[in-house]
Design a protein around this ligand. Structure first.
Ligand code: FAD
Length: 286
């Protein structure tokens, strides 16, 4: 099923994200985790793609598992920086053979040493090359500005060009203050970007990692959440409870304010997904 059709439906959309194992790691534990995640009945599951533009058979294999073994629509991420037209064509062929209909078009980050092909400079180039196909295409966007861009206005200007190249929907980088999302959405609509913007929610279960991730991605931890991380960050069980509660509250608040689609960065953790879906049960079944 195409994600744009899911998003145009009446109900709420709650999707999950998983990542494939490293090439030298076994696939089975991830396949099992994905099966459990699928049991929570997300609207779709997205599968990340290793940076660097190299062929990533595990993304296709995992997306195929999501869709064909677990019966949940899959969204395959695909990065283009450092890749070539030939490699991208091979990835697309593999996705098509697996029956995948949705691709998240990403630039990715520069491979080590900047090596690799130079056919693509930005995600918009990938969108342009895939648009003639029948794939449903998504892209990434950054409510707190992409870390390489000096100003949010220029970032939104480039985003508009990416959307106009043929995107069907956007998914945001994680944010921890819903006002950031609402202000950003208003700016996108003012800039003439009218496609759905799925809100990206990260349930934080590891207090130590989150400060580093936020520093790299330019995401701000609001004082209320910073206090939670400071208080519970060193206690995994407490951080799990607090992180799930905070993410649930964000989602409920987004739904209450009219947002219809959230993407939960579940990262191969069925336990986290289960707790969040249990918290949302009355809303999703209503
Ligand atoms: P782009 O849209 O190309 O933007 C990148 C930067 O270039 C921005 O600063 C933008 O303002 C600027 N820019 C765009 N066009 C132009 C132009 N014409 N001239 C000058 N500047 C321009 N990474 C992975 O490796 N694998 C994944 O699976 C993955 N999944 C992700 C999923 C989501 C929802 C998000 C938000 C990010 C994901 N990433 C992933 C990270 C992503 O690859 C990085 O954030 C990367 O730095 C930017 O990718 P992009 O597709 O947003 O790039």
């Amino acid at each position: 099923m195409r994600i744009k059709d899911i998003l145009s439906g009446d109900g709420y959309s709650v999707s999950f994200e998983v990542f494939p194992p490293r090439r030298d790691a076994p696939m089975e534990p991830v396949l099992d985790a994905v099966k459990e995640l699928a049991g929570e009945k997300p609207s779709f599951i997205s599968v990340t793609y290793g940076a660097g533009g190299g062929a990533n058979a595990n993304t296709v294999a995992l997306a195929e598992h999501v869709q064909n073994a677990c019966g949940v629509p899959a969204l395959a991420h695909l990065t283009c920086l450092g890749s070539t037209r030939e490699k991208i064509a091979a990835e697309i062929q593999a996705l098509r053979r697996a029956g995948i209909e949705n691709v998240l078009c990403l630039r990715g980050d520069a491979p080590d040493g900047g090596a690799g092909g130079r056919d693509f400079a930005h995600a918009a180039d990938l969108v342009r090359s895939l648009r003639p196909s029948s794939f449903c295409l998504g892209g990434a966007c950054y409510p707190e500005c992409h870390p390489e861009c000096e100003h949010i206005e220029s970032d939104i200007g480039y985003l508009k060009a990416k959307v106009d190249a043929g995107l069907d929907f956007l998914t945001t980088q994680m944010f921890f203050d819903n006002n950031v999302y609402f202000r950003y959405l208003a700016r996108l609509r003012n800039a003439g970007i009218t496609i759905p913007v799925i809100a990206g929610i990260m349930p934080v279960t590891n207090g130590r990692q989150i400060s580093r991730i936020c520093r790299l991605s330019g995401t701000v931890l609001p004082p209320r959440f910073r206090a939670i991380v400071d208080r519970f960050g060193d206690d995994p069980a407490a951080m799990l409870s607090a992180g799930v509660a905070y993410a649930t509250e964000q989602i409920v608040d987004l739904f209450a304010d009219g947002v219809k689609a959230v993407h939960v960065y579940t990262m191969n953790k069925p336990d986290v997904a289960r707790r969040i879906m249990a918290n949302l049960k009355g809303i999703l079944n209503g």
